[in-house]
Each structure stands twice: as structure tokens, then as C-alpha cells.
Design a protein around this ligand. Structure first.
Ligand code: ADP
Ligand code: MG
Length: 321
């Protein structure tokens, strides 16, 4: 099978319905996209490299899902409606079982979000997956990192830390009973991007970001871009029952520095509290208030009694690889 047969077989599907943003997809020199009047494009790209972003043992279907999920998560954090994506693949060999599984996982998630694969590039080389995603947002309504204001509530969706806990198990630092490992492994390998929540937060959240590198670091980007600080309540950080049963220092590591969560962290004015809860219900996404934006720069972590804790995170070093 040559390059063109491979593209035809695994990455070409029937043309989208007339009226879709993607007027012409895979097969020509360029895709042709028709923008919705009064909207702006949101464009993001993410590369996944074997050994760094995923383990060689992951099922191809899950890899296809995750490669797209990390891109959809960026779009979600901007409040976008998914429209089109582009896939650039470097493949060490022509492995049809891999391609079948990978494309199945990718298209299942794309279909769930009305997203069309509109083109890409395929080449031989060390396994490398790059996806560029394009979405739309009504003019001026994109959620940015820069809008947080002192007095705003700080919110997060879902639960944090399970993907990092799974990684610690893979690294041999932690052991878990089989069913518990399966549940945290799902969080790591099949993250569900919060696209519906992001859209529901348009015109409501003052800032947003998705948690890909750990809550402390990603929240730090909002604080930096918005020139504010935050008080974060450790006891209020949502976690699974599995993570909640782990030693305190491991919980902290996973919750604050874990990464790979693909939840949304966002801020909203305190008066909007009920509307934020309504946005969560509307999008069937749990949302939790975890702190407050303050004028003083920096991130302050407090315990259940309001005492400030050291954010330096010393004592976690034995979990580092
Ligand atoms: P060109 O040489 O003109 O760049 P290619 O041979 O690279 O064209 O690609 C042919 C068509 O297949 C193009 O429409 C391109 O977007 C699409 N394509 C190539 N690789 C992929 C892929 N991995 N996924 C989706 N579409 C792809
Ligand atoms: Mg090409």
C-alpha cells in the first residue's frame, strides 16, 4: 500500500453535508472552508511524540482519541465550536492494525463533536502525531487567559490528578488494585475535552485555560496574563475516590502539578455564581469553586482552616522520574 492508498483507506470519508464549514476536505491541494458570518476562527496545534507524550504500549484507538482530545481541549478553553482539523503523521512503518485503530479512535471523537478531518500530511519517520484544529466563536467572544479580575471566583471542572496517578503507577512508584488502576488509566488515555462547558461559558467566564501541564502551572498562566494573584483552597480541589484515598503528599502532587487532566480552570465574577452552576448543568459537566482571584500577584495555597501552605512542593521529589 502506498501513501495515497493509505490516505484513501484510513483518512478519507464521505464529504460533509452541504452547508458545513468544510466545503472541500481531503483530496485536493488545499481544503476549502466557509466561515460563518460574524464569527472568528480559533486555531490551535499540538504535537504528540512517542515516549514523551504517550507510551508505546497504548492501544492505537486510545492514541487516536487522545491526539485529538488534547486539541479539542484547547478549543474548549477558548469557548470554540469545533469545525475542522488537520492531521500530520510520521509513521515508522505501514502498520495497518495501528492505522485502523488510530483512525477509529480519532473519528469517533471527531464525530461526537461535529468535527471534520479536512486534510493533513503523511510521511515515514519516527512516530509523531500533529493535529491542527480550527473552530469558530462569535466575534469578540473567545475566552482568553487575560481577563481575570480581583474578586472573581476561581472554578475548575471535573476532577484533577487521576492521569498523573496512573503515570506514577506506570513508573512503578505507586501500586493500585486492578479496578482502581483501570479507572485512573482511563483518565490518562481517554480524556474527555470540555467543549460543551467552554461554549456555555462564553460571555460568562472572565478567563479560562485547560489543565494540560498541572493546575498550579496552568493557573499561573491566567494569573500572569491577567496581572493578578489567587488564593486556592486545597481541600476544595475535586478528586476521585481513588486519588482521595492516597497519601496526602501524593494527592497534592497529582492535584497541583499532575497535568494531562484536560479540565477547564476558569474565573467568573462572584455575581455570576448561579449562572456558572447553570452552565455546568446545561453542559452536563460538574464545576467546583476552588478559590478566589486577588490583587496581589502570586498563587497562595491554603488548607481547610485557611492556613497558607508552602507551594514549593518540596518532599515530592521521590515521585519525579
Ligand atoms: P500534497 O503533496 O499536494 O501536499 P499530499 O499527497 O500530501 O498532497 O496529500 C494529498 C491529500 O491528502 C491532501 O488533501 C492532504 O490534505 C490529504 N492528507 C494527507 N495526509 C493526510 C492525513 N494523515 N490525514 C488526512 N488527510 C491527509
Ligand atoms: Mg503534502
Amino acid at each position: 500500500m502506498g501513501e495515497f492508498d493509505l490516505i484513501a483507506r484510513y483518512f478519507t470519508r464521505p464529504a460533509p453535508a452541504p452547508g458545513h464549514t468544510v466545503a472541500l476536505g481531503v483530496g485536493d491541494d488545499c481544503a476549502v472552508l466557509t466561515p460563518t458570518p460574524g464569527h472568528q476562527w480559533l486555531v490551535s496545534t499540538d504535537m504528540l511524540v512517542e515516549g514523551r507524550h504517550f507510551l508505546s504500549t497504548v492501544q492505537p484507538q486510545r492514541l487516536g482519541h487522545k491526539a485529538l482530545a488534547v486539541n479539542l481541549s484547547d478549543l474548549a478553553a477558548s469557548g470554540g465550536t469545533p469545525r475542522a482539523c488537520f492531521l500530520s503523521l510520521a509513521l515508522p512503518r505501514l502498520d495497518e492494525a495501528f492505522l485502523a485503530g488510530f483512525s477509529e479512535g480519532l473519528f469517533a471523537l471527531a464525530d461526537a463533536h461535529g468535527l471534520v478531518l479536512a486534510g493533513g500530511d503523511t510521511t515515514a519517520g519516527p512516530l509523531n502525531i500533529n493535529i491542527t484544529i480550527m473552530g469558530e466563536v462569535p466575534q469578540g467572544q473567545a475566552l482568553l487567559r487575560s481577563g481575570a479580575r480581583a474578586g472573581d471566583d476561581l472554578w475548575v471542572s471535573g476532577t484533577l490528578g487521576d492521569a498523573r496517578l496512573a503515570l506514577e503507577v506506570f513508573r512503578g512508584h505507586v501500586s493500585l488494585p486492578g479496578d482502581q488502576f483501570d479507572s485512573v488509566r482511563l483518565a490518562m488515555e481517554l480524556p474527555q475535552p470540555r467543549v460543551a462547558l467552554g461554549r456555555a461559558l462564553r460571555g460568562l467566564a472572565s478567563s479560562a485555560i485547560d489543565v494540560s501541564d498541572g493546575l498550579a502551572g496552568d493557573l499561573g498562566h491566567i494569573l500572569h496574563r491577567s496581572a493578578v494573584g489567587a488564593r486556592l483552597h486545597l481541600a476544595d480541589l475535586p478528586r476521585s475516590a481513588v486519588l482521595g484515598a492516597m497519601p496526602e503528599d501524593l494527592q497534592r502532587l497529582c492535584l497541583l502539578t499532575g497535568g494531562d487532566d484536560y479540565e477547564l480552570v476558569f474565573t467568573a465574577p462572584a455575581e455570576a455564581r448561579d449562572r456558572v452552576l447553570e452552565a455546568g448543568r446545561q453542559s452536563a459537566t460538574p464545576v467546583y469553586r476552588i478559590g478566589r482571584i486577588e490583587p496581589q500577584p502570586g498563587l497562595r495555597l491554603v488548607d481547610g482552616e485557611g492556613r497558607e501552605l508552602d507551594l514549593a512542593l518540596q518532599g515530592f521529589d521521590h515521585f519525579k522520574s
